[in-house]
Design a protein around this ligand. Sequence first.
Ligand code: HEM
Ligand code: HEM
Length: 175
Amino acid sequence: MTITDPVRYNSLARALHWAIAALILFNLLTGLFGEGFEKIWASMPAHKATGLMILVLSLVRIGWRLSWKTPAYPSGFSPLMRKFAAATHGLLYILMLVLPITGWIFSSAGKWPLSIYGLFDWPKLAVTKDMAVVGLSHEMHEVLGFAFAGLVVLHIGAAFYHHVALKDATLRRML
Ligand code: HEM
Ligand code: HEM
């Protein structure tokens, strides 16, 4: 079996990209707007469980990503564009780990169990509310949550810019 695909990202990479993208969009929406619809649906338990699933899937994805080469860029990709794409993708990968980990840290100091959709409890870390790491994680989660949302908008904008304006194969590589 070859694990590189000359034209598209390989099937596991594509499956993980879209599954994680859907879960992250869910978490950004519930994180940013959850309070607004709290009376209709208290989304925080689902936000936490989904965030922890994102952590697991992102670790699988990064492990898999390190084991193969991405397909060659479509012709017409300037060196600057390559650097820009690599930098934003790198930042996305970092935030895919930092957001769930900071959430896990400060939520471990709370009174609620970290229930994974009522199926089982995720282990809590040995932290208490008075620890500096808990306050720092909470602040990072908020600030980087907004940064993540901005980066995702940029990323989606870039995908459509390539597809619609530049009319190159960038988006098709991920479909
Ligand atoms: C990729 C995964 C995640 C993303 C993108 C994300 C995103 C966000 C965002 C944007 C906010 C709103 C910040 C604000 O307006 O103040 C938020 C709040 C929150 N998140 Fe996450 N989160 C993720 C994972 C987690 C995890 C794993 C947990 C816990 C296990 C968690 C627990 C919370 C809690 C408790 C809040 C409310 C904080 C407050 O109101 O003070 N999140 N999240
Ligand atoms: C919402 C959360 C999303 C996250 C966290 C995310 C993350 C990423 C990451 C890390 C990569 C780099 C893959 C690699 O080379 O290792 C990537 C590639 C890509 N993503 Fe996303 N993505 C998201 C949503 C989307 C959406 C909604 C679209 C389309 C509208 C999209 C289109 C693409 C495309 C076309 C590529 C390939 C870029 C290239 O070949 O250089 N992504 N994504």
